[in-house]
Design a protein around this ligand. Structure first.
Ligand SMILES: Nc1nc2c(c(=O)[nH]1)N[C@H]1C(S)=C(S)[C@@H](COP(=O)(O)OP(=O)(O)OC[C@H]3O[C@@H](n4cnc5c(=O)[nH]c(N)nc54)[C@H](O)[C@@H]3O)O[C@H]1N2
Ligand SMILES: Nc1nc2c(c(=O)[nH]1)N[C@H]1C(S)=C(S)[C@@H](COP(=O)(O)OP(=O)(O)OC[C@H]3O[C@@H](n4cnc5c(=O)[nH]c(N)nc54)[C@H](O)[C@@H]3O)O[C@H]1N2
Ligand code: SF4
Ligand SMILES: [Mo]
Length: 692
């Protein structure tokens, strides 16, 4: 018997926790938190224990497959790459264009990132559709306009903060987002022990609200009023004190003057949080203590997502909490996206049908279905999806499913036959997760400490298995060779990473970093402004030209907001991750989690009883699911988690299919987006509810 312990960082979510895996005779027999890990301090969530399930899952594809009708045939890599290249060539010879959809797990794959640019060029798409426009693009574009670079993420410095206000985020379930903050609960408890305070603003009394000192219900989609209300109240109370930031601000007096046309009472009426509560909150935020306003999915995937993210920055500026210990800070990572890439593009080209601007190279995922099905020059004819499941993750997902069937060529780089990949002509599966290295490339710049975590692969690959980056390399080579070009060199990603690390200010090698199994620690976050600002004037821009028209539009909209429908919001559960962890018994056991949460008063009015089936509908679609009556919900608001709906024909996820659930994105509306960023609107969706 051989037994050893393998240390790695979990690749499933943004927290990047340190795990210890005991391996006996080639099998992982236990997964535990690494108590010495510099970032996660021993914490893990149940998803880490499912990594071996993913590795061993019999439903996971081990070889490339080609579909003819409903039959999948295993084929060789060589044949797959050649046929795809030939068919792409044919599509490009005609009037249609190639496109790509990139999903969330790409952000957790450092290696494929190094091969992405070359692949995108060879495939020949203009802009990408990705999970970014279902998620964080409002943060990125707001950061570009305010701080000068899309990758300048202001991270709440939780370990030194005295007050954190979380608006539309639920780190107790999500483990933090755009904020790599493993062991969130302990960190909050430590803040509370030193006299600090957690406040949650959310239409649901979430798991995070339950550990908070204060919770306020807010009407979905109206947080802009809350943020403006806080600013207005700071001003009324003479608490606008940017402190050391003062010299770094551009157009600050103009911004403060712009608040004059808003009336605190009207803002309060709109968002449903009373004036006294807003005043009290502003007084605490503005009393000089290190404090943070933070907003996530609940305020990003809404019509005014970018405006919200901008106003959050202005609140943190107003209270002097940007680039301050215990406020928001800009992490230093070995791979620094701010120094290594351009500040971010906007509007270089526009979508064919709706004329939406390209934003940081992204096109609105909400527009993908129509771009595939609407004839005319520039219609999408060939699509690659990589680590994405837009049929379940994008608004109007059922229409995307139908659209995919009409493509001339569809290729999916994914290890499962999912609601999306079941429509592909070819599926190219990467090796298992434990056969891959891991590096926190995108998450070091979002972390609450300056860290670097590299993990070696635990198991070697079989000869017929390829990693994602090798698939990208193989496909890129086949396309280029067919076009009489040369194949790109195949360089191990770890060598490129080593170069990057050596050329960083830290000047370490990959070997040094990898030797630190508990994470290579570069200490707490440090102030970095004004040196790091990338705006043309070198200051924090407080009135970005691009944002102001949306503020005007929001102001006009305040006069006319009333709606008799229920407002639908999403939720996440700690045992699930978007659409793709429902095939692990270990994770899906327990009560049904794809339910309609509804307040008792709302349910009574409808005659709906707990566990009874409810029909939820609007102009986009209709789903039926069991009601879960709970006073966690704000009256008039209902919640359905996303990532379910595995009952669709053709899906080969045997465990997930036993409890398929329904897809909330059969109800979300692709015709409404956040105008500035192109982000989808997935929260605050009007719906009707009846007993089914
Ligand atoms: N367990 C688990 N963890 C995950 C994921 C997962 O699926 N499962 N997904 C990962 C990904 S990809 C991401 S992006 C992150 C997301 O991380 P979070 O944003 O922290 O997660 P959500 O649960 O979506 O939190 C959104 C919150 O906004 C609230 N909300 C909805 N509408 C509104 C509104 O209009 N206003 C306000 N103020 N609040 C509103 C919801 O009730 C919810 O509590 O989580 C990551 N981590
Ligand atoms: N209504 C509503 N919709 C939402 C959200 C919401 O809160 N509400 N959240 C949105 C957010 S924040 C996000 S990020 C998106 C996520 O949406 P997507 O990124 O479109 O979908 P995922 O569910 O993450 O699916 C990931 C796919 O990648 C595959 N995969 C996993 N690991 C790997 C890998 O290493 N390599 C490869 N090649 N494939 C892999 C899985 O098998 C799965 O098919 O969903 C969005 N959709
Ligand atoms: S919170 Fe869970 S899924 Fe996320 S990195 Fe940590 S162990 Fe993995
Ligand atoms: Mo996400």
């Amino acid at each position: 018997m051989t037994e050893f312990v393998h240390a790695r960082t979990c690749h499933i979510c943004e927290a990047n926790c340190g795990v210890l895996m005991t391996v006996r005779d080639g099998e992982v027999v236990s997964v535990k938190g690494n108590p010495d890990h510099v970032l996660s301090e021993g914490f893990i969530c149940p998803k880490a224990t499912a990594i071996p399930d993913l590795q061993n899952d019999p439903d996971r594809l081990r070889r490339p497959v080609k579909r003819t009708g409903e039959v999948w045939e295993e084929i060789s890599w060589e044949r797959a790459f050649r046929e795809i290249a030939e068919r792409l060539y044919e599509v490009k010879a005609g009037p249609k264009v190639p496109a790509i959809f990139l999903g969330n797990p790409n952000a957790h794959n450092y290696a494929s990132n190094f091969y992405m640019r070359g692949f995108l060029k060879a495939w020949g798409n203009k802009g990408v559709y990705s999970a970014t426009t279902l998620d964080q693009v409002p943060h990125m574009i707001a950061q570009k306009w305010v701080y000068g670079h899309n990758a300048m993420y202001p991270v709440p410095d939780i370990d030194r903060s005295q007050m954190i206000v979380i608006v539309g985020g639920n780190p107790m379930a999500s483990n933090g987002s755009i904020w790599t903050v493993p062991n969130f609960k302990k960190r909050i408890q430590r803040m509370q022990e030193r006299g600090g305070k957690l406040v949650v603003v959310d239409p649901r009394r979430t798991e995070t609200a339950k550990i908070a000192d204060e919770h306020h219900f807010v009407r979905p989609g109206t947080d802009t009023s809350f943020f403006l209300g806080v600013l207005k109240s700071l001003k009324n109370q003479n608490l606008i004190k940017p402190g050391r930031l003062e010299d770094m601000l551009a157009n600050w007096p103009e911004f403060v003057a712009r608040l004059d046309s808003f009336d605190l009472q009207s803002l309060s009426d709109h968002c449903g949080i009373d004036v006294a509560a807003i005043d009290a909150l502003a007084a605490e935020l503005g009393n000089g203590q290190p404090a943070v306003m933070y907003g996530r999915m609940g305020v990003s995937v809404v019509r005014y997502g970018t405006l919200n993210q901008y106003l959050i920055q202005m609140i943190n500026v107003a209270t002097g909490n940007v680039d301050r210990e215990g406020g928001t800070m800009f992490p230093a990572a070995l791979f620094d996206p701010v120094e290594r890439s351009g500040t971010g593009s906007y509007g270089r080209y526009h979508t064919r049908l709706k004329g939406s601007p390209e934003v940081l190279g992204e096109l609105p995922a909400a527009e993908l279905a129509a771009e595939i099905t609407t004839p005319g020059e520039g219609q999408i004819g060939a699509l690659v999806t990589m680590a994405g499941n837009p049929v379940l993750s994008a608004p109007g997902g059922q229409h995307i499913g139908k659209a995919l069937e009409t493509l001339d060529l569809m290729v999916s780089i994914d290890m499962y036959i999912t609601e999306t990949t079941c429509h592909a002509d070819y599926i190219l599966p990467p090796c298992g997760p434990l056969q891959k290295e891991h590096y926190n490339l995108f998450f070091a710049p979002l972390s609450v400490r300056n860290v670097a975590c590299f993990s070696e692969a635990l198991f070697p690959k079989e000869e017929h298995e390829l990693d994602d980056w090798e698939i990208l390399h193989g496909l890129t080579s086949a396309i280029r060779v067919l076009n009489n070009d040369t194949a790109p060199p195949k360089i191990e990603p770890r060598l490129m990473l080593d170069e990057i690390m050596k050329s960083s200010p830290e000047g370490v090698s990959l070997k040094d970093v990898a030797a630190h199994e508990n994470g290579y620690d570069m200490g707490p976050l440090k102030p970095r402004l004004p040196e790091r600002l990338k705006t043309e004037h070198g200051k924090i821009e407080c009135m970005p030209d691009m944002v102001m028209p949306d503020l005007d539009e929001f102001e006009e909209s305040l006069a006319s907001t009333s709606c008799d429908d229920f407002l639908l919001i999403g939720r996440r559960h700690v045992r699930s991750n978007n659409s793709w962890l429902h095939n692990s018994h270990r994770l899906i056991k327990g009560p049904d989690r794809c339910t309609l949460m509804i307040h008792p008063d709302s349910a009574d009015a409808l005659g709906l009883t707990d566990g009874a089936m409810a029909r939820v509908s609007n102009d986009v679609g209709e789903v039926e699911l069991a009601a879960e009556i709970t006073d966690e919900m704000m009256p008039g608001v209902v919640s359905i988690p996303h990532g379910y709906g595995h009952g669709k024909k053709g899906v080969k996820l045997s465990i997930a299919k036993e409890r398929p659930g329904v897809s909330v994105n059969d109800l979300t509306d692709p015709s409404i987006i956040d105008k500035l960023s192109g982000n989808a609107v997935l929260n605050g969706v009007p719906v009707k509810i009846e007993c089914a």
